[in-house]
Ligand binder design. Structure first.
Ligand code: ADP
Length: 470
């Protein structure tokens, strides 16, 4: 054992890092067991020069030790030489002893394994990327190959549908048509998912008529909602310009997905879709979509999983309702590509509300008139949709309608803890209740204060009381 002073050295002896002590001439006076092990000296390390270990790292002169590095600094790119002159990379630090100015301490860690691991990780990462590329190419090919025959069947079925007279045959053909449509949806979802996963997905923004787009979406779902006896309502803020620039196809896709889900999981009640303009920065506007249903709802614990790929709430639900569990993940990725977020609020057996924001551009000719609105006035104006004057008079039918409307938006924002927006709806409610009996105004004020304090529990109780009064 090459030890110098037992009491001083003991805690260092078994340290997991290499510890070497040397003097101002570089002569090593102590090396711990890790140093001896790593540098492969059974003996003979004491008395060697530190420059034998860290090749010519130091210069020694009358003025003391010189080196390019600072004492105390962590040095990442050094190599340490073993007795047999092979070497390995180390992370090291040299310090001057506080007790003895002529004594220097080196602490070093062998990072060969770390480097090796890093290299392994790089290789694994490259392999994974390559595998992902191969997989997405394979998925793209397979889905393309699948789409061709499905579309072939669909085309022929549609031709036969025009000719077929027999009602039984018609029924079967319609079923085949529906199966083909479903299959196309799955194929498209898989294709989108693999493109998004491989970061090969690009949006294709162009100018489109916003309300026509919504009419089209409504047309996609109206028959099914009617068939199920569900109400289906769509409202759009008048502050949204006629034309916007965005990827219409993808906005339709997100809405279709959310509305299809709402339909799928709702047996009684209604589905409502609402679109608001919530912000404007120069020629960019933020659109906020709310898709609400009165369906089976989702357990709180399951909500976090919803937007993950292949995630369905539970196996029994997927058996009953079908689906691949890709839809919401695709929606989330698309929404995020459009600069927004998607969120869900739900209560078991009460219903679910999916909301998402996206940014779209407005056309140059609309910028001047639109620019005058800011977030606050936009929502305020929005609350006085029609019959603005009537709406301002407390107690009129229009006023009640607007109040209810704003109260439900307010509570949605509170549930999503979007306090900023909640405050805006609150301000509208305050205006709509001007001239109301004192007990109402007082409750409104209390609710407003609770919102300003962002006190969720208080807001809920004040909200309930105000709602009862109204
Ligand atoms: P899928 O194609 O399987 O419907 P999604 O990603 O669109 O895939 O939905 C995933 C799961 O989220 C669904 O299987 C369902 O369990 C749940 N879910 C989605 N929307 C609703 C909703 N409106 N009401 C209740 N559960 C929903």
């Amino acid at each position: 054992m090459e030890k110098k002073d037992e009491s001083f050295i003991f805690p260092m002896e078994d340290a997991l890092e290499i510890i070497i002590i040397f003097d101002k001439t570089g002569k090593i006076s102590y090396a711990n067991s890790m140093a001896r092990k790593k540098l492969e000296y059974e003996e003979g390390l004491i008395g060697k020069s530190v420059n034998d270990i860290f090749l010519n790292l130091f210069g020694f002169s009358e003025n003391g030790i010189e080196t390019d590095y600072q004492f105390g600094e962590q040095i990442h790119n050094l190599v340490a030489y073993r007795k047999n002159l092979t070497c390995f990379p180390v992370e090291s630090r040299f310090i001057e002893s506080a007790d003895n100015p002529e004594m220097y301490i080196c602490m070093a860690n062998d990072i060969l394994e770390k480097e090796f691991l890093n290299r392994e990780i790089d290789t694994v990462r490259q392999e994974a990327q390559q595998a992902l590329k191969v997989k997405s190419e394979f998925v793209a090919n397979v889905t393309h190959e699948l789409r061709t025959p499905v579309n072939g069947i669909l085309g022929n079925v549609r031709e036969l549908l025009e000719k077929a007279g027999d009602s039984e045959i018609l029924k079967s053909l319609r079923l085949i048509e529906r199966c083909c449509d479903d299959m196309n949806k799955i194929i498209n979802n898989i294709l989108d998912f693999s493109k998004l996963e491989a970061k090969k997905f690009t949006l294709e923004p162009r100018k489109f008529h916003f309300r026509n787009m919504l009419d089209y979406v409504k047309g996609n779902h109206i028959n099914k909602t009617n068939e199920k006896g569900l109400g289906f309502f769509m409202t759009v803020s008048p502050q949204i310009p006629e034309y916007v620039i965005g990827d219409e196809l993808r906005i339709v896709q997100i809405l279709n997905n959310l509305i299809s889900n709402a339909q799928k999981f709702t047996a009684v009640g209604k589905i409502t879709v609402e679109v608001l303009k919530t912000a404007q920065v120069n020629n960019m506007i933020e659109l906020f979509f709310i898709v609400k249903d009165t369906g089976i709802g989702i357990e709180k614990a399951d909500m976090a999983k919803l937007f993950q790929s292949f995630s369905q709430v539970d196996a029994s639900i997927s058996r009953k309702y079908g689906g691949t569990g890709l839809g919401l993940n695709i929606c989330k990725q698309l929404v995020e590509l459009m600069g927004g977020h998607i969120e869900v609020e739900s209560k078991k057996n009460i219903g679910s509300t999916f909301s998402f924001s996206i940014w779209t551009e407005i056309c140059k000719e609309d910028v001047v008139s639109e620019k005058t609105y800011d977030v606050k006035t936009d929502i305020k104006v929005d609350s006085f949709v029609d019959d603005a004057d009537d709406a301002r008079i407390y107690g009129t039918k229009e006023n009640q309608k607007n109040l209810n409307n704003n109260l439900s938006k307010l509570i949605l924002c509170v549930e999503m803890e979007n306090w900023e927006k909640a405050e805006m709806f609150m301000e509208t409610i305050r205006q709509l209740t001007e001239g109301a009996p004192r007990e109402v105004s007082r409750k409104v004020l209390r609710l407003k204060m609770a919102i300003q304090k962002e006190n969720y529990d208080k807001v809920i109780s004040e909200f309930g009381e105000l709602n009862d009064l109204l």
